[in-house]
Design a protein. Structure first.
Length: 186
């Protein structure tokens, strides 16, 4: 699913990052899959990208290269990456070769790509996600950080971007409890 995202949305994928450090998540009794019939969080929070955003040739090339690695059975591992997200973040300068995320570069990408209403929620999401340690498929924790960032930015959705209604209230309640334990990026 992650690999199939279009070139135009690669930057959105790239900006949804944070770093892993202290607190270990406990998924308790949360399901691993999103409940069937529940309204998706992204349909409750309108995530606007800047209309004038521009995907650079470097970003397109990084996406193509990492996609090519991911399509081969051991392509990512042979190239020194544990997962597609790690490949993208390193190639785009959002993560160092030592697999430490570059907070300043990520925040700059957020400011460049997201509509101004979402910059502050994104900054808060980044701060929240930096304090967590992730037990995820990718040893660097980047997939868990992306999950955390996506959920947190939407849970802190600006009022003008939020869709009211019972379905979205139910979704918010569920995501506050279980959002970071679901497998969105596998």
């Amino acid at each position: 699913q992650f690999i199939m995202w279009s070139h135009s949305s690669v930057i959105f994928v790239v900006v949804i990052a944070a770093t892993a450090s202290a607190e270990v998540l406990n998924d308790g009794d949360c399901p691993k899959e999103y409940p069937k019939g529940m309204r998706p969080l992204y349909k409750c929070c309108k995530m606007e990208m800047k209309t004038e955003r521009n995907i650079t040739d470097e970003q397109k090339a990084a996406f193509r290269l990492c996609s090519r690695y991911a399509q081969a059975e051991s392509g990512l591992a042979d190239a020194g990456y544990d997962c597609m997200a790690e490949c993208l973040f390193i190639k785009l300068g959002l993560m160092g070769e030592d697999k430490t995320l570059n907070k300043e570069n990520i925040l700059e990408e957020v400011r460049t790509q997201l509509h101004e209403d979402l910059v502050e929620p994104a900054r808060k999401a980044l701060e929240t996600c930096m304090e967590k340690k992730y037990k995820t498929e990718c040893p660097s924790g980047i997939d868990g950080a992306m999950q955390c960032f996506t959920v947190q930015i939407m849970l802190n959705c600006p009022a003008q971007n939020w869709t009211d209604g019972e379905e979205c209230k139910e979704t918010r309640t569920f995501m506050e409890k279980c959002g970071e334990t679901l497998n969105f990026y596998h």
